[in-house]
Design a protein around this ligand. Structure first.
Ligand code: SAH
Ligand code: SF4
Ligand code: F3S
Length: 477
């Protein structure tokens, strides 16, 4: 190569390669995106395969034993991959464990998997470049699981690449509720809310980048109480009202909310804010008062029924989703029947259900009367059969209806797009690519287990306005 000539291939090759694998909840998805943006500033390009990467980050989840154990089996695979790569190409690969398993296990992780380079918790990702540099210099400091005063949000850059049409935005983190089964208060730390102005600014940037739907995220998103620009503390409802004023932002959602924090202003917002979608994930966990109390949930089954009534009064078509745990310590057959009864009375559009998993360090793990694994599993199967039937029944209620669908991505077949209904159902439609990122009226024609199929309504006003916007000369003529 002639001296002084630029060679784009060399420039690309010089960039280090990053692979991130994300487990767990949507907050981890959001964090991984921010971490990729930070590492991009330090010369890393994201690649789709771990085998090609100079740096592999596992962003982990500790919520259930199965989730945490997956990390160790993945680490075993990565270690072999790293050795093969070194033998074949001489190039090293750094292994980083981030997220909630990193936070929970800290030094124990390096004991069990000493070949891991760095262990970094969910509140200190922004320090990873410095940790990597120290590791390269071999001057110690392979673990960082602090809960620092500085906020990672102020230090991490925005996401990389294309903004998705439906984007996540973390508004609140951590949890002070200490449900007796849950590790989140230990792995994510105390509840804290981002200032409203920072959230609004980020929302505007996302919409500028092409987002048309935002899902506000938090472990207890409706406990949001961030500093407002007016010097007051803003509730989630106040924040949603502000965000609804952003031009071209069509839809708002939020997750995960806790029944205890469903305040009157938030319930009311479901009736008054057209951008707020009629779908709410509201985990109840159990339908038995005794179990709810042992779980330290802070509400009883009647409180939940009242809440559902209030939400349905504010927004009659609101679709509800929930989380359930079967076989919490002390749960009897009668307690379980109370959960089944609650499900039958409420009727859920969607749900996630889990066998209780005793987590180290949580009060539940030390409770007497642990329920046998087989019983936990058998109850889970019964509950899931009921919840699946309800989900199918809910999907069937939309058959023949015409719903606004926000198109988010191309479908698997050419000429097909996939969007979401207001009720978060995936809808497959034959539709032109120009509709990506737009709302259109769709009549639901088929109902599958996890998705719907529909037909585009050509007469719909959304399409008519799209046509006029795309072809202004027609108006002039
Ligand atoms: N903050 C949310 C839940 C976050 S964790 C809330 O309070 O509702 C997501 C779900 O994982 C929980 O709703 C619960 O159903 C499940 N989960 C948490 N810990 C669990 C455990 N130890 N065993 C089984 N399921 C668990
Ligand atoms: Fe866990 Fe309970 Fe906090 Fe939800 S509210 S994150 S279940 S401790
Ligand atoms: Fe898992 Fe941590 Fe989220 S434990 S569910 S990744 S907050």
């Amino acid at each position: 190569m002639t001296h002084g000539q630029s060679n784009p291939d060399t420039a690309t090759a010089a960039r280090k390669k990053l692979f991130i694998k994300t487990y767990g909840c949507q907050m981890n998805v959001y964090d991984s995106d921010r971490l990729a943006a930070l590492l991009a500033q330090h010369g890393y390009a994201t690649v789709p395969e771990a085998a090609d990467a100079d740096l592999v980050v596992l962003n982990t989840c500790h919520i259930r034993e199965k989730a945490a154990e997956k990390v160790y089996s993945e680490l075993g695979r990565l270690r072999a991959l790293r050795d093969e790569r070194r033998a074949a190409t001489g190039r090293p690969m750094s292994l980083v464990v981030a997220g909630c398993v990193a936070q929970a296990e800290g030094p124990a992780m390096l004991e069990r998997a000493p070949f891991v380079d760095i262990v970094v918790g969910p509140q200190t990702y922004h320090r990873l470049p410095e940790l990597l540099a120290r590791r390269a210099r071999e001057d110690g400091g392979r673990i960082d699981t602090d809960f620092p005063i500085e906020s990672k949000f102020d230090l991490l850059p925005q996401g990389t690449g294309e903004t998705p049409i439906s984007a996540f935005l973390t508004v609140q983190e951590g949890c002070d509720k200490f449900c007796t089964f849950c590790v989140v208060p230990y792995t994510r730390g105390a509840e804290s809310s981002r200032p409203a102005a920072a959230i609004v600014a980020e929302a505007r940037r996302l919409v500028e980048g092409g987002a048309r739907e935002l899902t506000l995220l938090g472990q207890n998103v409706n406990a949001y109480h961030g500093d407002g620009p007016d010097g007051r503390s803003w509730s989630l409802a106040r924040l949603l009202h502000e965000l609804a004023g952003i031009d071209r932002l069509e839809r708002l959602r939020y997750t995960t909310s806790h029944p205890r924090d469903m305040t009157a202003d938030l319930i009311e917002a479901h009736g008054t804010l057209p951008q707020l979608m009629p779908f709410l994930h509201l985990p109840v966990q159990s339908g038995s008062d005794r179990v709810l109390q042992a779980m330290n949930r802070g509400y009883g089954r009647d409180d939940y029924f009242r809440l559902v009534d209030a939400l349905r009064t504010a927004r009659p078509d609101i679709a509800l989703s929930s989380d359930f745990i079967t076989g919490f310590p002390g749960e009897t057959e009668e307690d379980f029947e109370a959960t089944v009864d609650l499900v039958e009375r409420v009727g859920f559009a969607q749900a996630f259900s889990f066998k209780y998993s005793p987590r180290p360090g949580t009060p539940g793990a030390a409770m007497p009367k642990q329920v046998r694994e087989a019983v936990r599993g058998e109850r889970l199967a019964r509950l899931q059969a009921l919840l699946d039937a309800q989900a199918t029944a809910f999907n069937e209620t939309t058959l023949g209806r015409t719903l606004p669908v926000l198109f988010e991505r191309p479908g698997r077949h050419p000429g097909q797009l996939v969007g979401r209904s207001p009720y978060l159902q995936a809808v497959h439609v034959t539709a032109p690519d120009e509709l990506l990122g737009r709302l259109a009226e769709v009549t639901i024609t088929d109902c599958h287990r996890h998705s719907l199929a529909g037909r585009l309504e050509p007469q719909a006003p959304a399409i008519a306005s799209l046509r006029t916007a795309a072809q202004p000369e027609e108006i002039v003529a």
